[in-house]
Design a protein around this ligand. Structure first.
Ligand code: SDX
Length: 428
């Protein structure tokens, strides 16, 4: 017998169907709540509200589980390439060798960015934050690739998916090179995806640049770990914007803007700045743990800690923490903030305030330490997050369109003034 939930309000009892996902998550279907009861629900931050059904990513916050299309994040991070994971997220299955070759080759051949976009790029101040530049440049792609007419792009979607995956790294490196006063590099068709990005980031015209395989492999893992995360803030933004039939570029640009926030993807930059401040202040982590516990008065938050869904270790943080030790050792980098991060984690995880609130290190806590060891500047950390999250955003946008989700339009509880007479200004 199909399950149902009963709600009694104003003396009447209503019944709502329930549903259960493949991993046994349960929901009340309240699609007809207002029609039946006249009530809407209120759930600030959507902490208890499912916006959609999705077959892309499963995470269990209590168990610390993360799976893309049924594959564990541990397996994918250890065994897959980032483009294999991108294909898996977007098309639902791991690619065959032939499918992978076609996909990877198409991306390789679309890494050039229309030179007209340089005119827009050159208009930005040199010290503009790379995330603001990236969001603007991706939005501008809808002008340079107009075939993607709003709502009429089904036949061209695969081409625009390739264009986004191919060109985002190229555009991302422009900001860094200009901030260094260096000439930008063109992509090279004889380089694989991540070596191509590294070459565009760090090559200089005056000498041969050799990609360090340790760096390329570390970046492969980091991009995989960031690739999708079900209905997080930026992904929900991409789906909401796309639900109005806005084109893929505009939807992804909105996701980049949402990711930039310090409570979301911007946290990886905040973590390093926080760790640097603690180091400059003598390295006393307990002082900062106390400040975080009195956030209401100090306004201080331990960036890289806590998560809306994970009430256990973020499985990505576990992988990144181990990778940080490996990568820094292999590169011979000794970064004192790594020890400060470990000390902070240790202090927090032994403090009742954090334990009672189930605040654990999240994906952003250790990632910046690796990015820094790879030579990535702090203000580019969230750009790396965006490059990693791009396939997830694309997969979610595509699923939303293919399942013909209705336009997203939440309700509200109005608390403003009730009807009143207009008073002409001469009488006010
Ligand atoms: C990402 O959603 C995703 O999946 C996101 C992400 C992805 O892959 O897309 O995983 C990526 O965004 C990771 C999160 C990165 N952000 C940070 O590291 C910023 C610091 N963390 C927090 O601001 C916070 O933990 C959030 C925003 C991540 C989650 O916020 P919630 O779920 O709204 O929780 P909350 O703010 O209501 O906190 C609950 C309690 C509060 O204390 P009380 O009011 O109960 O006394 O925990 C406290 C908070 O003050 N708290 C913290 C804290 N995070 C929460 N206290 C100190 N330091 C922190 N970091």
């Amino acid at each position: 017998m199909a399950n149902s939930a009963e709600l009694t309000v104003d003396g009447k009892t209503y019944s709502f169907p329930t549903l259960e996902g493949t991993e046994h998550e349960k929901a009340f279907d309240i699609s007809n709540l207002r029609d039946q009861t006249g009530y809407v629900t209120l759930d600030r931050g959507y902490k208890n509200t499912g916006a959609t059904k999705s077959a892309i990513t499963f995470l269990d916050g209590e168990q610390g589980i993360l799976q893309y299309r049924g594959y564990s994040i541990e397996d994918l991070a250890a065994k897959a390439s980032f483009l294999e994971v991108a294909y898996l997220l977007i098309y639902g299955e791991l690619p065959t060798q032939e499918q992978y070759h076609t996909f990877e080759n198409a991306i390789r051949r679309h890494t050039l960015v229309n030179e007209g976009m340089r005119t827009i790029f050159n208009g930005f101040p040199v010290n503009a934050h790379p995330m603001g530049v990236l969001a603007s440049m991706v939005s501008a792609m809808s002008a340079f690739y107009p075939e993607l007419e709003n709502g009429k792009e089904e036949d061209k979607t695969d081409l625009h998916i390739i264009r986004l995956l191919a060109k985002l790294p190229t555009i991302a490196t422009w900001s860094y090179k200009r901030s260094m006063g260096h000439p930008t590099n063109y992509p090279k068709n004889n380089l694989d995806y991540i070596p191509n990005f590294l070459n565009m980031m760090f090559a200089l015209p005056v000498e041969e640049y050799k990609v360090d395989p340790v760096v390329a492999e570390a970046l492969n893992v980091l991009l995989i770990l960031h690739a999708d995360h079900e209905q997080n803030c930026s992904t929900s933004t991409v789906r909401l914007v796309g639900s109005s039939q806005a084109n893929l570029y505009s939807s992804i640009s909105a996701g980049i803007s949402a990711l930039w926030g310090p409570l979301h993807g911007g946290a990886n930059q905040e973590v390093i700045e926080m760790l640097e401040n603690i180091k400059a202040d003598g390295g006393d982590v307990s002082k900062y743990v106390e400040m975080a516990k009195n956030a209401k008065t100090t306004g201080f938050r331990l960036f890289g800690f806590g998560h809306r869904v994970y009430k256990n270790f973020d499985p990505r943080a576990k992988i990144i923490k181990k990778a940080a030790d490996d990568v820094l050792a292999k590169l011979g980098v000794n970064d004192p903030v790594l020890e400060i991060a470990k000390g902070l984690e240790e202090a927090a995880l032994n403090d009742e305030y954090f334990v009672s609130r189930k605040l654990y290190p999240n994906v952003d806590f250790y990632s910046g330490i690796i990015y820094r060891a790879l030579g990535i500047p702090t203000n580019m950390f969230t750009v790396l997050f965006a490059i990693g999250r791009l396939p997830g955003w694309i997969a979610q946008w595509k699923e939303m369109r293919e399942t013909k989700e209705p336009i997203g339009r939440p309700r509200q509880i109005y608390t403003g003034a009730t009807l009143r007479e207009f008073v002409p200004i001469e009488n006010r």
